[in-house]
Ligand binder design. Structure first.
Ligand code: NAD
Ligand code: UDP
Ligand code: UDP
Length: 336
């Protein structure tokens, strides 16, 4: 008994089942921390072909090594401030350094990536009729005067400070997205991502969770930047990837906050890392950097209602999941 598989009926319509079930997906910044986890998830679906465009400024091929050579995967070394010609159905636009020490390293380049890079990706989306998702940030709320932050809040951002290349860059990127949507009918999605952590974070990128875990494993004091009462809300990366895919596949443009509403002061975070990873470690207060937001916590009512999404992994569950990855990359075994 031979079963002959009926081939799908080719159709010229982009929205036909044929095209929808064979997705060509571009991930800009796919060699980075969140991008590489997103690629892992997208590659699980055999109907997806994934193209990553990355200039490897903060990302690395190592994050994608299991996909290199895979027939449904392609990696392009490309700087998105230059035009890019590919044929795709969806664009997850993540390319942009996310850690303050990297985005402040070459601030002009950061703003070019946000403005010219986003414009190029929108030009691409316009030419090929692709849907495009921008990973914006909670930094668009600046040092917020409303707490927790809802999507309706317009923010409190210094336009000329050392963080502005990133904060204002993302605000312009959001503006570009909505203008291409209104003027050219591009299908857009905007996620406002709050602090995210997990395996493959850059070890020395200065972000608080990666700093504390690396310090704990190296047996160094945890550096809490003064005053230590400032708060953040930390989302585990698998929850974030789930939220991004739901947003892309759903019907709402956003902006939608994606983050974990569990709020911690930096002193509390240090205490949790100390307790879970290395109880003998000390905690020291060090100098802070300018314009550090004093509090941050997402209101995720919109994500819950529109995407049926909320984070599943608590900070206490997520931190130990990073430990093994950091130990391997640091080449250290936990201090006895
Ligand atoms: P990351 O630095 O690990 O990844 C960014 C990737 O973009 C890297 O692979 C880098 O090489 C690439 N890139 C940078 N500039 C580029 C350019 N001009 N051309 C091509 N590639 C370029 O950062 P991440 O934490 O994975 O963040 C991904 C996205 O999510 C960013 O857009 C970031 O703004 C956003 N985001 C992240 C967080 C977070 O907590 N991690 C919070 C808010 C928003
Ligand atoms: N662009 C790109 N890939 C494409 C199409 C356009 O990188 O497939 C770039 C293009 O070079 C331009 C930008 O996207 O700089 C914006 O394109 P748009 O068509 O909106 O503007 P125009 O080309 O008319 O300036
Ligand atoms: N921070 C800290 N110790 C560190 C690094 C950062 O206490 O070693 C603090 C920093 O002052 C800020 C918070 O942690 O209040 C989050 O900083 P991060 O750079 O991780 O992210 P962002 O400021 O972008 O939220």
């Amino acid at each position: 008994h031979v079963v002959t598989k009926k081939p799908p009926t080719p159709s010229p319509l982009r929205n036909s089942k044929f095209f929808q079930s064979n997705m060509r997906i571009l991930v800009t910044g796919g060699a980075g921390f969140i991008g590489s986890h997103l690629v892992d998830k997208l590659m699980e679906n055999e109907k997806n072909e994934v193209i990553v465009a990355d200039n490897f400024f903060t990302g690395s091929k190592d994050n994608l090594r299991k996909w290199i050579g895979h027939p449904r995967f392609e990696l392009i070394r490309h700087d998105i401030t230059e035009p890019l010609l590919v044929e795709v159905d969806q664009i997850y636009h993540l390319a942009c350094p996310a850690s303050p020490i990297f985005y402040k390293h070459n601030p002009v380049k950061t703003i070019k990536t946000n403005v010219m890079g986003t414009m190029n990706m929108l030009g691409l989306a316009k030419r090929v009729g692709a849907r495009i998702l921008l990973t914006s940030t909670s930094e668009v709320y600046g040092d917020p005067l409303e707490h927790p932050q809802t999507e309706e809040y317009w923010g409190n951002v210094n336009p000329i400070g050392v963080r502005s290349c990133y904060d204002e860059g993302k605000r312009v990127a959001e503006t570009l997205m909505f203008d291409y949507h209104r003027q050219h009918g591009i299908e857009i999605r905007i996620a406002r991502i709050f602090n995210t952590y997990g395996p493959r974070m850059n070890i020395d990128d200065g972000r608080v969770v990666s700093n504390f875990i690396a310090q704990a494993l190296r047996g160094e004091p945890l550096t809490v930047q003064a005053p230590g009462t400032q708060t953040r809300s930390f989302c585990y990366v698998s929850d974030m990837v789930d939220g991004l895919i739901r947003l892309m596949e759903g019907e709402n443009t956003g902006p939608i906050n994606l983050g974990n509403p569990g709020e911690f002061t930096m002193t509390e975070l240090a205490e949790v890392v100390k307790e879970l990873i290395e109880p003998s470690i000390s905690i020291k207060i060090v100098e802070n950097t300018p314009d550090d937001p004093r509090q941050r916590k997402p209101n995720i009512a919109k994500a819950k209602q529109l995407l049926g999404w909320e984070p599943k992994i608590t900070l206490r569950q997520g931190l130990p999941l990073m430990e093994e990855d950091f130990k391997q990359r640091l080449g250290v075994s936990k201090k006895a």
